[in-house]
Write a protein that binds this ligand. Structure first.
Ligand SMILES: NC(=O)c1ccc[n+]([C@@H]2O[C@H](COP(=O)([O-])OP(=O)(O)OC[C@H]3O[C@@H](n4cnc5c(N)ncnc54)[C@H](O)[C@@H]3O)[C@@H](O)[C@H]2O)c1
Length: 346
């Protein structure tokens, strides 16, 4: 019997490539659609099949559907820099909203009935409460990145005959170095790689490309949190990948359209992440500079993961030490340095 085919848009990127890996271990046949605007060919080639193209190109998407006859799709393809979305909103509304709509409409027209969508905690907007966030909290995005994701979620729910799950991720980190997979973003704005990279002696070319000499800065130590630094909910990318497979099975099993927050439910402060990196990487000397808060950064952002636990049966298993250890191992692989140097030269 042939395996069920699943289209994975953006499967050459960080999260999509880990999901492809877990899909392959879970009895699915992932087919990656990616333009490689930010993705990596070495990641795309790990899938059962890869077609290079833009998800906003309906003819390209339709051809892939006709060729592979997918039973479902997972949609990761998007731009991911919140700051850039504020400077250039159109870039985000076109790629993350308008092209997502074209993609959803096209696959629905080809008979795909189940869609899992990568959404984000940014749909909630300016969070002032410190309690864990439930899916029922009002969505009030404060930047084009969050707004475009919310618009895409809303559109997806309106497509007749399609059952969909929107997964709202909190802070994703970690890697699968044993599968030669990990985060290779350029520029890199995520906290864990920004802490880990300066501590593990990267080649000079990577240090220059990512401007590591500038050092790692802690933005604000006067928040109303246990140690004054901002608290976030970190989730290992492999736990996140497993949630996608559970969401897919939920839909294939007849589950109704729904939204789930994906986080651990317990936050770590920036200082706690720095301490964890110091001890995991044996760098007690590491003392980052403390600078002023950044506007718009809430004190605390933690997911209430009860719904994903009870409906999908999802339970994250990997802690922050694993995220830091796996990230460090991944960043030390030659493919990471080669990728960053290549991307910085574009
Ligand atoms: N990384 C995080 O912490 C995080 C947090 C919340 C939500 N998300 C969401 O998860 C998804 C994946 O994020 P990531 O970190 O893996 O990003 P990424 O940049 O590593 O991967 C995105 C992939 O999509 C591809 N892509 C972008 N636009 C495309 C288009 N129009 N057509 C075809 N391919 C296109 C890129 O080439 C890239 O391979 C995104 O939708 C993002 O918004 C990520």
């Amino acid at each position: 019997m042939s395996l069920p085919v699943v289209l994975v848009s953006g499967g050459a990127g960080y999260i999509g490539s880990h999901v492809v890996h877990v899909l392959q271990q879970s009895g699915f046949m992932p087919v990656v659609l990616d333009s490689l605007v930010n993705g990596n060919l070495w990641a795309a080639e790990k899938a059962d099949a890869f077609r290079q193209g833009d998800i906003g190109d309906a003819a390209f998407v339709r051809a892939a559907c006709e060729e592979f006859k997918p039973v479902a799709a997972l949609h990761f393809a998007a731009f991911i820099e919140v700051g850039e979305s504020v400077k250039n909103p159109q870039k985000y509304f076109v790629n993350n909203r308008d092209k997502a709509k074209i993609f959803f409409d096209t696959i629905a027209g080809c008979g795909v009935r189940h869609v899992v969508f990568s959404s984000t905690a940014a749909v909630y907007g300016e969070v002032t409460e410190s309690d864990p966030i439930k899916e029922t909290r009002p969505t009030e995005p404060i930047n084009p990145y969050g707004q475009a994701k919310l618009d895409a979620e809303t559109h997806l729910r309106t497509i007749a005959g399609v059952a969909s799950v929107a997964l709202r991720y909190f802070n994703v980190a970690g890697a699968a170095p044993q599968a030669s997979l990990g985060e290779a973003h350029f520029p890199e704005s995520h906290l864990i790689p920004r802490v880990v990279l300066p501590l593990i002696g990267m080649p000079a070319a990577v240090q220059v490309a990512l401007d590591l000499a500038k050092g790692f800065k802690v933005f604000g130590d006067d928040y109303p949190t246990r140690d004054g630094t901002a608290v976030r909910d970190y989730i290992h990318v492999m736990d996140l990948a497993e949630a996608h497979v559970l969401a897919l099975r939920y839909l294939i099993g007849g589950g109704a359209s729904d939204v789930f927050n994906l986080g651990s439910g317990s936050g770590y402060s920036v200082k706690e992440i720095v301490d964890a990196a110091r001890s995991a990487l044996n760098r007690p000397d590491f003392a980052p500079e403390i600078v002023a808060r950044r506007p718009g950064d809430p004190a605390t952002l933690i997911a209430d993961g009860a719904k994903a636990r009870s409906v999908l049966g999802w339970q994250p298993k990997r802690d922050v030490a694993a995220m830091i250890g796996d990230a460090a191992q991944w960043h030390r692989l030659p493919v990471y340095a080669e990728t960053i140097v290549e991307k910085s030269g574009r």
